[in-house]
Design a binder for this molecule. Sequence first.
Ligand code: ADP
Ligand code: MG
Length: 292
Amino acid sequence: ATPVAIMVGTGKGAENGILIKSAESLELAHKVCTVVLDKTGTITEGKPSITDIVTFGFMTKMDLLTLAASLEKNSEHPLARAILEYAEDWAMPINSVENFMAISGYGVSGKIKGKIFYGGNLRLLKEKSIFQDAFAKEGEKFAKQGKTPLYFFDDHTLLGIIAVADVVKPNSKMAIDSLVKSGIEVIMLTGDNQSTAKAIQSIVGVPKVIAEVLPQDKEKVIRDLQAEGKVVAMVGDGINDAPALTRADVGIAIGAGTDIAVESADIVLMKNDLLDVVNAIALSKAVIKNIK
Ligand code: ADP
Ligand code: MG
C-alpha cells in the first residue's frame, strides 16, 4: 500500500476507535489466518465478582473471606479485586500479611499471625501437596458453570473455596462467529482451568481452547503457530499477554487493558470490543485493495 493509503486507513481506524500504532500491522492484518484471544478481560469483561463461598472444617464464611481478603490485598490480579470489593462491601476485617508472594499463574501466599496461607488454583494445591480428589470435585462444580474456583488453604488442609465469575462481553460471540465465517482459525488462550474455559467456550462458540497456560508460555503458543507458517494475530489485555502481543504478527490490545499490553501492541481497540478485530482486518483489506 502507498503511504497515502496507510494514512487514510490509519485515520479511518482512529475515527472508529481503532488505534493503529504501526503501519506494518495495517498492511499485514488482511493476511491473518489465526486469531488468538485471551479470555479474561478480552472475551470477558475482566471484572469478576464472587458468586459462591464454601468452607470446610471449623472455618466460617466470615473467617474465609477475612483470610482471602487479607491475602489478596497485595495482589493486582483481577480475581483479587473481586474478593477485595466483596470484603469492602461487607466491611470484613482484614489482617496484616507478612512475606506476601504472588505466584504467577498459580495464586498468592503469605503469613498471617506467623502462619502461612495460600490462595490459588488446583495447580497450587497440587504444588503444596494438599490436593485431594474430593477437593477438586468440589471446585469442579463451579468450573463447569464457567466460574473460577479459588482454593484457600494452609499447610495441612483446604479451608474453603471462593468461586468467582466474569461476564462475557456483549459482542464477543458475534465477533468470533464472524471471524470463523470468514475462514479464520480462532483460538481462546487462557491461564484459567480447563473446565472453566470449556464452559466459556460453549457460550461464545470459539472452536478451539488452550487452557491452563502459564503466563510465560503464552508467547510460545504464538511462536508454535507461526512455525506452522501461519500469520497470527493475538488479542489481549493483561501483563501476561504482553510477550505474546509482541511476538504475534499483529498484536492487538484492549484499550482498557494494562499499560504494558497497550505498549506491546500494534493496534489498540479503544472501544474494548472484539467486533473491532473484525473491523481492523476489514480495514486492512480495504487499504490493500482499493488504494494501492
Ligand atoms: P488468566 O488471567 O488468563 O486467568 P493468570 O495466569 O493470571 O491467567 O492466572 C491463572 C490462574 O491462576 C487463575 O485463573 C487463578 O486460578 C490463579 N491465580 C492467579 N492469580 C491469583 C490470585 N491473586 N489469587 C488467586 N488465584 C490466582
Ligand atoms: Mg486477560
